[in-house]
Design a protein around this ligand. Structure first.
Ligand SMILES: [Zn+2]
Length: 336
């Protein structure tokens, strides 16, 4: 099967790695020299044209140019140095020429893992000096080149959008973690809270809803991951069969468990146990405040752990969960 130069150019565009926007920017740079019908491109011209793409773009709508939320691309770093007047425009161009092409020029003419088929196909280069564009590029009909340019533009927008979502989520996760870390304190032995907690769970395993009497190995665990909350406050501690607990692993539980946690906490509040004050201090003085705050923690956990909930035993059914049938629960939470 014979492919056209248009096909190959498209393969470069579409099958490129998506870790950064370099390849797309280089494609747009080459398209510019195609339009000018300029086959020998000095490193200076190349750098100018390439940087212009980033400069125009980041000035109007600054969005991340690579997937790794920890880092800025070389192009972004240079752009922001220019913005902050640490360098002038000529210096920016010269830095692009020096550091901006190390990966993209040698790697551009490839698709997927195939680095051989298109080697030197659209250009050859003398690194740091010049780029020589070949007829394979100029032979692409103008109409097709225009359509490739549009595809490149679309892909650039799409990648920026994806990176932005990634960066914002990462920032949010970090903010959430930091807030909890500041409030946190060291882990303590939780097993001495087992009897207390079990009483307010009416001796029912929190996870499966079946009876749990006298099991000295039943672990006291954090329902919402301790990694997030970084504290051992009672409102988040539950007791369950060790088997149930190991099946949950470190997953985030589904929403019905949070509802159950809310009811369990109301059992403690309603009973006027001395530790009632601790839960009020952590979650709030009224029932609606406590629900709101519990949900806030849960929403934060979802941001960090995603929504792949652990839903418990497939057969779990609130109607059959003994916890909801016990007097203590009905008294403090009413029937539903
Ligand atoms: Zn269980």
């Amino acid at each position: 099967m014979k492919f056209t130069n248009y096909d190959w150019a498209q393969a470069i565009l579409l099958y490129g790695l998506n870790a950064g926007t370099h390849k797309i920017a280089l494609f747009k740079t080459l398209a510019n020299f195609y339009t000018k019908k300029q086959s020998i491109v000095s490193w200076q011209d190349l750098s100018e044209q390439y940087f212009k793409i980033y400069n125009d773009r980041l000035k109007n709508n600054p969005r991340p140019q690579q997937s790794n939320p920890f880092r800025r691309s070389v192009q972004e770093t240079i752009f922001y140095k220019l913005q902050n007047n640490r360098i002038d425009y000529d210096q920016a161009i010269s830095e692009i020429g020096k550091d901006g092409f190390n990966d993209v020029i040698p790697r551009f003419q490839a698709f997927g893992k195939d680095k051989e088929t298109l080697k030197n196909y659209f250009y050859e280069y003398d690194f740091g000096k010049k780029l020589i564009l070949k007829d394979n590029l100029f032979d692409i009909p103008e109409k097709q080149m225009n359509s490739l340019f549009k595809e490149a533009e679309m892909k650039h927008n799409m990648l920026e959008g994806a990176y932005l979502i990634k960066r914002d989520n990462f920032k949010l996760e970090n903010d959430i973690r930091n807030i909890y870390l500041i409030k946190g304190y060291d882990r303590t032995d939780l097993s001495n809270q087992r009897d207390f907690l079990l009483a307010y769970q009416s001796n029912i395993c929190f996870l499966c809803g079946e009876e749990l009497f006298g099991d000295e190995t039943a672990p006291v665990e954090h329902l919402i991951q301790r990694d997030l909350l970084n504290h051992d406050e009672e409102w988040n501690l539950t007791v369950s069969h060790s088997l149930c607990n190991s099946s949950k692993l470190d997953s985030l539980v589904g929403p019905h468990y949070i509802e159950k946690l809310f009811c369990r906490n109301e059992n403690i509040i309603g009973s006027s146990h001395p530790w009632k004050a601790k839960i009020i201090a952590s979650l709030g003085s009224t029932k609606s405040l406590r629900r709101k705050n519990l949900m806030k923690h849960y929403e934060n956990a979802k941001q960090v752990y995603g929504r792949n909930y652990w839903m418990g035993d497939k057969k779990y059914n609130r109607e059959k969960d003994l916890f909801f049938k016990r007097f203590l629960t009905v008294l403090n939470n009413g029937t539903k």
